[in-house]
Design a binder for this molecule. Structure first.
Ligand code: CA
Ligand code: CA
Length: 120
């Protein structure tokens, strides 16, 4: 899965969804999922800021999001990407949670668009 955001949107919510078509309360206790951001062509602190290190689920929650701050740097750039990887849960009671997929890509598009070619 890829999330695409324009640089001048300044924020992006990346969400983790609990799939459970039959149960109103799929996981009846709170838990957290740790994640790591992995720089690609987008760099932490230069192109984005991700301060959180975990997604916290309340009891019965089916969707929780983390917020990525996008840095609008006024440079004209190609689309830049980085990935966010959820770590497998380590607590006993969450060991049976399947993370699939556990990696998502964030693509940051420059809002200036591409320069046209100059020909003569
Ligand atoms: Ca940038
Ligand atoms: Ca830019």
């Amino acid at each position: 899965m890829t999330y695409t955001v324009k640089e001048d949107n300044l924020q992006l919510n990346v969400c983790v969804v609990v799939f459970s078509p039959t149960t109103a309360c799929p996981i009846a206790f709170p838990f957290e999922l740790i994640f790591a951001a992995n720089q690609g062509t987008a760099f932490q602190g230069r192109d984005y800021t991700l301060n959180d290190r975990a997604v916290n689920f309340g009891a019965c929650s089916k969707k929780e999001c983390l917020t990525v701050d996008i840095i609008d740097d006024d440079l004209i750039e190609d689309t830049e990407t980085f990935t966010i990887t959820l770590q497998p849960p380590s607590q006993d009671f969450t060991e049976r949670i399947i993370l699939s997929p556990n990696v998502t890509t964030v693509a940051i598009e420059d809002e200036h668009g591409l320069f046209p070619d100059l020909v003569f």
